[in-house]
Design a protein around this ligand. Structure first.
Ligand SMILES: [Zn+2]
Ligand SMILES: [Zn+2]
Length: 376
């Protein structure tokens, strides 16, 4: 084993220190609350029981969510995004950057990729593959992570597509746990503070418990609120700082499908499962619905754009058949109307294509994307 690998392994051990810190605080808080507060300080058996039941409910949900966040493997980029040998050879031997970009553009036409960098197709030179939409390279994990949100040292892993639901639940249950401990220990904290009860080691555990719970509640609840805000807008933390780039340009709301749809994309359709750290996110982490203005400028493996007209509450109730547009018409769609992200663009589309003027949903290469036009 080389010196570099040894150093890397040693650093990996240090990366677990924040996780061990959280576990240590959680274990100590369990001792302080259950033993020192409930069993030794609370007098009434009924109050004792009530305190313990709700405490364990929050503690179990918090611990479960945290475990799932930490130990769910990060979602990596599938093999299909890696250029095959002949493409890689052509890419390596291209004479100019422009040629390299064209090779990647051509290869990515078979992939469900809509976003890009300002230079063209997003390509990770370290992992050597096209980056799927919303994937980013994490220098700590040393790989590209699907729908990367951020790398969190407190869970020693990347928060991304595979564990984002668990991370939000972890923050939510941690906030609930802290505020519950804080509020239920407050009367005892005041009594101890006023010296109405006998001083002892238990007194300091309860005093400290109140301080720690309150402090953690303030920090965790602010982070939780921020992630709820991002969740409702379907933005990752990285995207809130640097908006994803589409062919039309950067658009921080490019994946915004309406608040309920945004939440359902992460938490699934079954509301009963929203509150449990069980994986229910939709899709496979490489394909994401986008707002309609970006649709017609996305990649297309078939060279055609398919417009579906489902029956909706508007119109005459007739369900229109699918219409497949040829390359020429697709180009008309691509360059004739797409220029901004507001709803007037949809009207532009309908003027250009009168036969599909009642469309609500546009599908491009149905294997990959189905795109909502009107965010709620
Ligand atoms: Zn990478
Ligand atoms: Zn990472």
């Amino acid at each position: 084993m080389g010196a570099k690998q040894c150093l890397s392994k040693s650093l990996n051990v240090f990366k677990w220190i924040p996780v061990l810190f959280i576990v240590a605080v959680a274990v100590w808080s369990y001792y302080a609350y259950v033993i020192q507060l409930c069993l030794l300080s609370v007098g009434s058996p009924a109050q004792k029981m009530l305190y313990l039941v709700f405490y364990h409910l929050f503690f179990i949900m918090f611990s479960w969510s945290y475990w799932q966040t930490v130990f769910t493997p990060v979602a990596r980029v599938p093999h299909e995004f890696r250029p095959p040998t002949d493409v890689a050879f052509a890419f390596e031997h291209a004479e100019t950057q422009q040629q390299q970009r064209e090779i990647l553009e051509e290869f990515s036409r078979n992939l469900p990729v809509v976003t890009r960098s300002l230079m063209g197709v997003r390509f990770c030179e370290k992992c050597y593959h096209i980056k799927p939409d919303r994937a980013h390279h994490c220098s700590v994990c040393e790989c590209c992570v699907l729908k990367m949100d951020h790398h969190c040292p407190w869970v020693n892993t990347c928060v991304g597509w595979s564990n984002y639901k668990f991370f939000i639940l972890f923050l939510g249950y941690a906030a609930l746990y802290c505020i519950y401990v804080s509020l239920t220990s407050l009367p005892f904290f005041i009594a101890f503070w006023k010296n109405q009860v006998e001083a002892g080691p238990g007194k300091f555990h309860v005093l400290f418990l109140f301080f720690v719970a309150t402090m953690f509640f303030i920090s965790v609840s602010s982070l939780f609120s921020y992630h709820i805000y991002l969740l409702l807008l379907n933005r990752s933390t990285l995207e809130s700082f640097r908006p994803p780039v589409f062919r039309l340009g950067p658009d921080k709301d490019g994946f915004h499908l309406g608040k309920f749809n945004n939440v359902a994309e992460i938490f699934g359709d079954d509301i009963k499962l929203w509150f449990f750290p069980i994986f229910t996110s939709k899709g496979d982490g490489t394909k994401f619905k986008v707002r309609s203005p970006h649709l017609c400028l996305g990649y297309d493996s078939t060279g055609t754009t398919t417009v579906t007209v489902p029956s909706t509450s508007k119109g005459d109730g007739v369900s229109y058949p699918q219409k497949t547009l040829g390359e020429e018409e697709s180009n008309l769609l691509r360059f004739g109307r797409c220029g901004s992200s507001d709803e007037s663009e949809l009207n532009g589309l309908t003027h250009l294509t009168p036969s599909v003027n009642t469309s609500k949903t546009v599908e491009r290469n149905s294997e990959y994307t189905s795109v909502l036009i009107e965010p709620v």
